[in-house]
Design a protein around this ligand. Structure first.
Ligand SMILES: C[S@@+](CC[C@H](N)C(=O)[O-])C[C@H]1O[C@@H](n2cnc3c(N)ncnc32)[C@H](O)[C@@H]1O
Length: 276
């Protein structure tokens, strides 16, 4: 089918040369307009976003993002495509909202992006993955046309006319041991994490590690963390909601007891991280 053909076309050829004889990791193959729109829909691109397309080709994704009110930036190793993108942006009337640069995706500073788009190859995505996870702010969205990131499962996946689109949200790093006080009593929470999934979590009411809470739910969404914990007999339920800023989580805890419910502020501090 069409997408299979494109994969073969891209994956089957090893070396590509731009007019300036620079080696491309992948040739120019344009994302169809309906796929571009769905990529931007999936990431919810709009005003306030800064969209960077890695390997921007003729500029179509960056230009489409700018038409939605975002600011866009494209990098491509092929100077002719960069020239063409600048011309296309001018014709589309969005040249005041976009910029393009001849640059290798491995050298691009994308730390300011709120959204990254890509139509490269799985191998390139996988090479970029550790840099994304290290450098991008939690909550930054990544959309990739056709190619995934192997063991980093996408948060969402869609198909448009047989074209796969993958969507990830950069998760906050919450691994380690977190401490706070509840009614003057120390509470200790330990978290293990793989990408956006909390793989293990425990909450204890004191340093002796007895009185462990049953965790009903524990999720990370960008910089947000939500945990639902219940005591052993299910008479007390705590719902923690917070935003993670490096080693501090701040937010609220809803406390539901047989006698009633209350909302309190919640601030947890990371005391140690797990070394891999
Ligand atoms: C499959 S095309 C995608 C174009 C555009 N993003 C789209 O979706 O229509 C990949 C683009 O990446 C560019 N490219 C390949 N290797 C690159 C590299 N190492 N750094 C920057 N751009 C690269 C190619 O010139 C090409 O325009």
């Amino acid at each position: 089918m069409k997408s299979d053909f494109i994969i073969l076309l891209i994956a089957g050829i090893c070396l590509y040369q731009t007019s300036a004889a620079q080696q491309l990791d992948v040739p120019f193959v344009a994302t169809p307009p309906e796929v571009v729109e769905e990529m931007l829909n999936l990431a919810g691109v709009g005003p306030g976003d800064y969209v960077i397309d890695l390997g921007s080709g003729d500029g179509r994704i960056v230009i489409a993002a700018a038409k939605r009110g975002a600011v866009g930036h494209g990098v491509d190793l092929d100077p002719e495509l960069v020239e063409e993108s600048i011309k296309n942006a001018r014709e589309a009337g969005v040249d005041d909202r976009v910029s393009f640069r001849v640059e290798n995706v491995y050298e691009t500073d994308y730390t300011m992006a709120t959204v990254i788009t890509m139509y490269l190859l799985t191998s390139i995505n996988v090479n970029l993955k550790p840099h994304f996870l290290k450098k991008l702010k939690p909550g930054t969205r990544i959309v990739s046309h056709i190619f995934d990131m192997r063991n980093w499962q996408p948060d969402r996946r869609e198909q448009v006319n047989y074209h796969n689109i993958y969507y990830w949200i950069i998760p906050a790093n919450v691994e380690g041991e977190w401490h706070w006080k509840s009614d003057q009593q120390p509470v200790i929470m330990s978290i293990a994490q793989t990408f956006q999934k909390i793989t293990d979590i425990s909450i204890h009411n004191n340093a002796l590690q007895d009185d462990e809470w049953n965790i009903r739910e524990a999720t990370i969404n960008g910089d947000r963390i939500t945990i639902i914990a219940e005591n052993d007999n299910g008479t007390t339920r705590h719902i923690y909601n917070g935003s993670v800023d490096k080693d501090i989580i701040s937010g609220t805890v809803q406390i539901h007891e047989e006698t009633g419910s209350q909302l309190k502020t919640w601030e947890a501090r990371r005391k140690s991280t797990i070394q891999h």
